[in-house]
Design a binder for this molecule. Structure first.
Ligand SMILES: Cc1ncc(C[n+]2csc(CCOP(=O)(O)OP(=O)(O)O)c2C)c(N)n1
Length: 372
């Protein structure tokens, strides 16, 4: 018997979609979110799109050091932020920073983390674009590809041990599925059935490595099968489809059903980060093909179809969000660098003598400059 015959019953994992090309929602898959939730999703997605553009401009002007935008991938973080409960913990990769904004983290503090100045709750100790917030249960991305996956699984294990009904959500890009951490985490999650949702944003590129060179598997979702975890493949540019998948997976985790692996098929519209030039490795034709499937445009089309967004209402929303972002940047950019003493804080409960000595010599140097 030929190998192909043996695998004839191994179906591709399909693609969950709700938003149709004409802007309507497919009644067969529609999660039937309230109109207020759908409008909020649009507002948040638009805010991230504008924020990313502004932060990228600041980097180009030399006013911040680095930024990692999520242009084209806004549906996944926003749907997740709206789906998770206040006790759930998020373990992001580079493209999911905005989940914390949806969960109430202040925009000013978010912008201050990019500047790394005195308004930054992390005291300027992390690289720009690596925010975290204890109040909104979001940890920092470590920048290494992959470690947040076992961290999310381990935290889910701890939640179950504490008899919490919360879940964890761990994110990765397609490139992270080639890391050993992915396999260790998926295996542990499957064996111990931890309350965790693991989400792979397949944006088709891992910097310059295309998805087809990342794996020989037919899809990323299909990998879950080998670990005894349900895999779901969803249109990652369809915020209603992502909402549906995330809500179902979180319900399953919270009610003792165990982990779910979600592959969200999407596309990184911009560079990998401000340090990258994608024209070196991908064609403009490919980018334009995906621009036609832009998640923000598709949601707008749906809202127009429902009769709740017009050109005028959209222009007003854009002006309002642009002003909100501009005000945050103006206010935050005026702040001084973090206090020098903060260099020596937060390691010991009581400062040992040698650090006290260093602190005294730091004070003799005089005040820090007020502008970076
Ligand atoms: C362990 C490790 N190897 C390499 C890098 C360099 N690096 C930074 S981002 C990145 C690509 C990540 O691709 P993917 O996981 O697909 O996520 P995406 O950036 O596309 O969202 C690489 C290789 C790193 N940060 N850590």
């Amino acid at each position: 018997m030929a190998i192909d015959e043996l695998r004839a019953d191994d179906p591709d994992i399909g693609l969950l979609r709700v938003l149709r090309d004409d802007g309507s929602a497919d009644p067969a898959t529609d999660p039937r979110l309230s109109q207020a939730t759908v409008r909020q999703a649009y507002r948040e997605m638009k805010r991230v799109r504008l924020l990313d553009a502004r932060m990228t401009t600041l980097q180009r002007q030399g006013r911040v050091g680095f930024y990692g935008a999520a242009q084209g991938q806004e549906a996944v973080p926003i749907a997740t932020g709206l789906a998770c409960g206040p006790d759930d913990w998020v373990f992001p990769a580079l493209r999911e920073q905005s989940i914390m904004l949806v969960r109430g983290f202040p925009l000013r503090a978010f912008v201050a983390q990019v500047f790394g100045n005195a308004g930054d709750v992390l005291k300027g100790r992390q690289m720009p674009s690596h925010p975290s917030g204890r109040a909104v249960h979001q940890v920092s991305w470590s920048s290494c590809i992959g470690p947040q996956i076992p961290q999310a699984v381990g935290a889910a294990w701890a939640m179950r041990a504490r008899k919490s009904t919360a879940a964890t959500i761990g994110f990765m890009g397609d490139g992270a599925t080639s890391q050993a951490d992915f396999h260790a985490a998926m295996n542990f999650a499957g064996v111990w059935k931890v309350p965790c949702v693991l989400v792979c944003q397949n944006n088709h590129w891992s910097i310059s490595v295309p998805a087809e060179r990342q794996t020989a598997s037919r899809t990323f979702a299909v990998k879950a099968r080998a670990y005894g975890i349900p895999g779901v493949r969803v249109d990652g540019n369809d915020v209603l489809a992502v909402s549906k998948a995330m809500r179902a997976a979180l319900d399953r985790a919270r009610t003792g059903g165990g982990p779910t692996f979600v592959e969200a098929v999407t596309y990184r519209m911009g560079p990998h980060s401000t340090s990258d030039d994608p024209s070196r490795y991908r064609s403009q034709a490919e980018v334009e093909e995906w621009a036609a499937k832009d998640p923000l445009r598709r949601l707008r089309q749906h809202l127009v179809h429902l009769g709740v967004v017009t050109d005028a209402s959209d222009a007003a929303l854009e002006a309002e969000l642009t002003a909100e972002i501009a005000a945050a940047v103006d206010e935050v950019e005026r702040l001084p660098p973090p206090a020098r003493e903060s260099l020596l804080e937060d390691v010991y409960a009581e400062m040992p003598w040698h650090l006290r000595e260093e602190l005294e010599s730091l004070k003799k140097i005089g005040p820090p400059p007020t502008h970076v």
